[in-house]
Structures are given as structure tokens and as C-alpha cells.
Design a protein around this ligand. Structure first.
Ligand SMILES: NC(=O)c1ccc[n+]([C@@H]2O[C@H](COP(=O)([O-])OP(=O)(O)OC[C@H]3O[C@@H](n4cnc5c(N)ncnc54)[C@H](O)[C@@H]3O)[C@@H](O)[C@H]2O)c1
Ligand SMILES: O=c1ccn([C@@H]2O[C@H](COP(=O)(O)OP(=O)(O)O[C@H]3O[C@H](CO)[C@@H](O)[C@H](O)[C@H]3O)[C@@H](O)[C@H]2O)c(=O)[nH]1
Length: 332
């Protein structure tokens, strides 16, 4: 039995591949390398370069590798990008996911883990949101993901098929052993941009919006360390293989930091007082979004252990330094 990891050459999928290998699983990665890197797929995982919307390819992989579970990470992921290219996002994140789910079910795969997102909630108060909070995504990205949740829900009712959808909050940091980190080209994520600016790759960084209804006027997010997030996936896989019912779980720590607070941590940890430019709000950004993750703890038995923003920033900085000093496109 093997696990098929779509998007396994990307940031989070690459860490999932490491986590699965560490747990002794056999792994096949399917990735079109649009934002991922072949070197991010560590041996003995097998990388197949191709598109998740290629039903013939996926069907062949399921059969050849006796796939019993799919962990589906492949997606386009940039919120403001989705505002300017919504149909591109619906094609990749929604339509191709439909093909993937159908092919998995036709191939006899009964368990599926889906990378969902806090962006399905849209505007919320500063209070932590539970999975019961009404869903009202405000970006095409969030909608493209919510539709996949709905397809999974309906498919699990109609067929012999169970899933766990994990709604990630803001994923950050790197493998604590230094084997991998976030390598996405042109990344727009706050911590990544911060450490890149600290390393001199940008002359300054922007803070988007200072008039949000938050404690210092900048947006609040719940930053979850990537290895803790992968532990939730490994728990979800065990849960599904033990016969657990389909569920949706938030993955976050239950408290948030403002953009200014994060920038201050990056400056302190890096020791660089880089220039910050105050810019207007960015399209598609909710003011605050923080997780209530009791369900992941109680149902999956998830036990996060890496809730420490200083350590997260240090991991991101260490990885960025290695990336920066490596040859373009080559393993750091
Ligand atoms: N990074 C975050 O903070 C965050 C938060 C919530 C949810 N997520 C979700 O987690 C998942 C992984 O995100 P990431 O940060 O690792 O992004 P990433 O861009 O690093 O990884 C995505 C991977 O998917 C691949 N891919 C994209 N379209 C594909 C296709 N059609 N066929 C095959 N491969 C394809 C890319 O090449 C890349 O390797 C995504 O589904 C994203 O929506 C991420
Ligand atoms: O240079 C920057 C980058 C970001 N921000 C702000 O920082 C916050 C966080 O932004 P970012 O790191 O880009 O994350 P989000 O837009 O919150 O989205 C991330 O987190 C979502 C879940 O909450 C995921 O679904 C997305 O895939 C992932 O990109 C937002 O208020 C941004 O406006 C800045 O002020 N300056």
C-alpha cells in the first residue's frame, strides 16, 4: 500500500512526504512542478511529474502503486492572485480536484486527505473560529477550496469513500531537522517576505493595511508550524485507516499575531532593522482569522508541540539563507 501525495514537490506537500517516509510509509508524489521542485521530493519517495487533472495518469498510478490513500495538496494558493485570475483558480483548485476525486473513487481509493484553508471562513471576529462557524469566503481562492469540501462531503455520502479536510491557518517555518523549508518562487507570505527582506533580497517590505479593526490596525493570523501541521495529517491518516468517519478539522494554535508583531519578531530574530513601507490594504484579506482546533485534538488526537513564533521565524530564516546561497533551481 502507498500514499499518493499530490503537490508533494511543494512546501507543505514536501514536508508531508518527509513525515510519511519517517513513519515508514511508501509514497508516490504527483506534481506538475508549477511551483514545486523535484529536489524537494526526498528519496525513497517516487516523483511523477504530471498534472492531477490527468485522469489516465492518476488511474495508472493508483493501480501500479496500490494506492490506498490520497493526500491532496496540489493547488494554486495566493489569495490576491486568485482575485485577478479567478477562473484559473477554479480550473486548477476545483475542476481538477473533481477529476482527481472521481479517479480516486473509480480506482478503489477509500480514504482522502484534503488541504483546505482558513480562507473558507472569510471575515470573522478576532474570536477563534470553530468548524461550525458559517462559511463565507471572500476570495476566489477560498471559494475554490470550499467547493472541493462540498464535493468531498457529497461524494462521501454517495460512495464508499471517507475523507478528512484540514483547514490550515497560516503555515510557516521549516522542518526542524533542516531537511526542507518553503522554497516557493515569488512567495508572497508574510514570514517568508520578512526573512527575505532581512537577508537583503528586497530593499524593504510592505505592511498591507493599517486600519483594520484589530489591536494595532494590521491583520491578525494564526501561524502554525509546518511539522505540527504534518502531524495532524499523519493523525488523520491513522484515523481514516481505523475506520473514522469523514470530518473537517481546523489546524491552528488558537491565538493570532498581527502583521506588525510578526515583522517585529523577524527583525529581532534576524537582528536586522529593515525598512518597512506602510501600504494600502491588499485585495481579499480578512481582518482577523484564528482557529479553534479542539476537534483535531479530540477526534484525531492531534498534539501540536511547536507553537513558538520565534522558533518558526528562525527556521524560516535558516532555510532562506540556505536557499539564497544555493545555485538557482538546485537543492540548497
Ligand atoms: N501555505 C499556507 O499557508 C496554506 C494555508 C492553507 C492551505 N494551504 C493549502 O496547502 C496546499 C499546499 O500549499 P503550499 O503552501 O505547499 O503551496 P506550494 O505552491 O508550495 O505547493 C503546491 C504544489 O502543487 C503543485 N501543483 C499545483 N497545481 C498542480 C496540478 N494541477 N497538478 C500537479 N501539481 C500541481 C505545485 O507544483 C506545487 O508543488 C494547497 O492546497 C494550499 O491551498 C496552504
Ligand atoms: O509582504 C507582506 C505579506 C503579507 N502581509 C500581510 O500578512 C498577512 C498574512 O498574509 P500571507 O502570509 O500572504 O497569508 P494569507 O493571505 O493570510 O494566506 C495564507 O493563509 C491562508 C490561510 O489563512 C492560506 O489559505 C493561503 O494559502 C496562505 O497564502 C495578511 O494580512 C497580508 O496582508 C503583509 O502585510 N506584507
Amino acid at each position: 500500500m502507498s500514499v499518493l501525495v499530490t503537490g508533494g514537490a511543494g512546501y507543505i506537500g514536501g514536508h508531508m512526504t518527509l513525515g510519511l517516509l519517517d513513519a515508514g510509509e511508501e509514497v508516490v508524489v504527483l506534481d506538475n512542478l508549477s511551483t514545486g521542485f523535484d529536489w524537494a521530493v526526498k528519496e525513497p519517495a517516487r516523483l511523477v511529474v504530471g498534472d492531477m487533472g490527468d485522469a489516465d495518469l492518476v488511474a495508472r498510478l493508483i493501480e501500479e502503486h496500490a494506492i490506498d490513500a490520497v493526500a491532496h495538496f496540489a493547488a494554486r494558493i495566493v489569495v490576491p492572485d486568485s482575485v485577478v485570475d479567478p477562473l484559473g483558480y477554479y480550473l486548477n483548485n476545483t475542476a481538477k480536484a473533481r477529476t482527481l476525486i472521481e479517479t480516486a473513487i473509480n480506482g478503489g481509493v477509500k480514504t482522502f486527505i484534503f488541504s483546505s484553508t482558513a480562507a473558507v471562513y472569510g471575515e470573522t471576529s478576532s474570536e477563534p473560529v470553530s468548524e461550525e462557524t458559517p462559511l463565507a469566503p471572500i476570495s476566489p481562492y477560498g471559494r475554490s477550496k470550499l467547493m472541493v469540501e462540498w464535493m468531498l462531503e457529497d461524494a462521501s455520502r454517495a460512495y464508499d469513500f471517507r475523507y478528512v479536510a484540514l483547514r490550515y491557518f497560516n503555515v510557516a517555518g521549516a522542518d526542524p531537522e533542516g531537511r526542507l523549508g518553503q522554497s516557493t518562487p515569488r512567495a508572497t507570505h508574510l514570514i517568508k517576505r520578512g526573512v527575505q527582506t532581512a537577508l537583503g533580497m528586497y530593499p524593504s517590505m510592505e505592511i498591507f493595511g493599517q486600519d483594520y479593526p484589530t489591536r494595532d490596525g494590521t491583520c491578525i493570523r494564526d501561524y502554525i508550524q509546518v511539522t505540527d501541521l504534518i502531524d495532524a495529517h499523519l493523525a488523520a491518516l491513522r484515523y481514516l485507516r481505523d475506520g473514522g468517519e469523514s470530518i473537517v478539522c481546523n489546524c491552528g494554535y488558537g491565538h493570532g499575531q498581527t502583521v506588525r508583531e510578526v515583522v517585529d519578531v523577524v527583525k529581532r530574530v534576524s537582528g536586522v532593522d529593515f525598512k518597512v513601507v506602510l501600504s494600502p490594504r491588499r485585495a481579499g484579506d480578512p481582518a482577523a482569522i484564528v482557529a479553534r482546533a479542539d476537534r483535531a485534538r479530540n477526534t484525531l488526537g492531534w498534539r501540536p508541540t511547536r507553537d513558538n513564533l520565534d522558533a518558526i521565524v528562525r527556521q524560516a530564516l535558516d532555510w532562506e539563507r540556505r536557499l539564497h546561497n544555493s545555485r538557482p533551481g538546485r537543492e540548497p
